[in-house]
Write a protein that binds this ligand. Structure first.
Ligand SMILES: C[S@@+](CC[C@H](N)C(=O)[O-])C[C@H]1O[C@@H](n2cnc3c(N)ncnc32)[C@H](O)[C@@H]1O
Length: 195
């Protein structure tokens, strides 16, 4: 795990410097949930659980993972009204998904909104492989990523996403845009694990 990134995110949650935590599920996730039958979903870097709650409201069974204890605690309280068997939220590092006993794979849907693009470059290949292992054949990966830039020392360009993920997934669509909260170049990807 990158202790620097854990420290940075912990400090940001503790100081409420979390502009991504809008409480609103992105339209890309709203759309996919309207298209897919309810199943099992995994949210990587789930933050305070806004998207876990949205999926639960639409009859999905969900597991969430985030390495910041404060975020996990908020997510657990946000979901407390749902049946306990319908969700888990684990304080865990997404670079070690293969060791996480709480996960209830195989999943129909994996969501990564701004998490994986920050893992260390030496972990990128394993991250993509772990997601592919956790998904069912025919399952969907929804990925949101920022691009690396002069101001941003992390992120995946469209070329990076294709290089890392196209060996495991078919890229159904990609939308390259500017992040609505930071204005930074970013991309949304819908990917499908081949049957
Ligand atoms: C930009 S925030 C997005 C949070 C959430 N997906 C959302 O859309 O509100 C990225 C999240 O990923 C988590 N994260 C980053 N690296 C992680 C890692 N290696 N393992 C687990 N969680 C991680 C952070 O703690 C943070 O909550």
């Amino acid at each position: 795990m990158s202790d620097d990134r854990l420290d940075m995110f912990t400090q940001r949650y503790q100081s409420h410097d979390t502009p991504w935590d809008t409480g609103i599920t992105p339209p890309e996730i709203v759309q996919i949930v309207s298209e897919l039958p309810p199943g099992k979903a995994l949210d990587l870097g789930c933050g305070t659980g806004t998207n876990l709650r949205f999926l639960l409201q639409h009859s999905w069974q969900v597991d969430g993972v985030d390495f910041v204890a404060e975020a996990v605690a908020i997510a657990q309280s946000k979901l407390a009204a749902f049946p306990p068997e319908a969700f888990t939220v684990s304080c865990w590092d997404v670079t070690r998904l293969d060791e996480c006993d709480a996960l209830r794979a195989p999943y129909d849907l994996v969501v990564d909104i701004g998490c994986g693009h920050g893992v260390g470059a030496d972990k990128h290949e394993k991250y993509a492989q772990d997601i592919a292992t956790l998904l069912k054949p025919g399952g969907t990966l929804m990925l949101f990523t920022h691009y690396r830039s002069a101001e941003r020392n992390f992120g995946w360009s469209p070329d990076d996403v294709h290089r890392l993920f196209s060996r495991h997934f078919t890229i159904a669509w990609e939308v390259l845009n500017d992040d609505t909260t930071t204005g930074a170049p970013s991309g949304w990807y819908r990917m499908v694990k081949p049957v």
